[in-house]
Design a protein around this ligand. Structure first.
Ligand SMILES: CC(C)(COP(=O)(O)OP(=O)(O)OC[C@H]1O[C@@H](n2cnc3c(N)ncnc32)[C@H](O)[C@@H]1OP(=O)(O)O)[C@@H](O)C(=O)NCCC(=O)NCCS
Length: 138
């Protein structure tokens, strides 16, 4: 199992992984150009897992200079329950910490019970009762 930094050439395999994983919503931002722009804006942060040359896990990692933001954390079904999501998270937070980013957020859809249960179970992560997210744009 190899955990490594995402590069633009990983896009087709990542897109296929995201598309076949229930619970992941694909958006225009997942198309090639915005994906590459995101990687350039957040160099050396997004991560993937490779097994036998196949991409089986991902975590998109960015920051705004103050806070980190995580998206598309997923592990292919056959590889779940082995601590792989944890290893992606640990590596992402370590890389953010090296940039001076000590606090990160993840936005989780309330109607995705498996994802909610995962985040509820993560040590150190707190569900925020004091914040409501407002968004504009598509
Ligand atoms: C959520 C997901 C990434 C977990 O991947 P994983 O590799 O199986 O997770 P890990 O094995 O690293 O688990 C880490 C810890 O979380 C716990 N955990 C894993 N999945 C869980 C779940 N669905 N509910 C509750 N706890 C869970 C594990 O027991 C483990 O706890 P421990 O460290 O105390 O033993 C994976 O199930 C997945 O890809 N789901 C679909 C996509 C998704 O919902 N992603 C989240 C979007 S925000």
């Amino acid at each position: 199992m190899l955990l490594r930094t995402v590069v633009p050439a990983d896009h087709p395999e990542l897109l296929a992984l995201w598309a076949r994983t229930p619970g992941i919503q694909l958006r225009r931002d997942d198309e090639y150009e915005p994906f590459v722009a995101y990687l350039e804006r957040n160099p050396g942060l997004s991560l993937l897992l490779e097994h036998d040359d196949a991409v089986i896990g991902s975590l998109l990692v960015g920051h705004d200079g103050r806070r980190g933001y995580l998206q598309h954390l997923l592990v292919d079904e056959a590889f779940r329950g082995r601590g792989l999501a944890r290893s992606l998270l640990d590596e992402a937070l370590a890389r953010l910490a090296r940039l001076g980013i000590g606090k990160s957020h993840v936005f989780v859809l309330r109607d995705e019970p498996q994802a909610m249960a995962f985040w509820e179970a993560q040590r150190g992560w707190q569900r925020r009762e004091d914040i409501q997210v407002f968004s504009v744009g598509s």
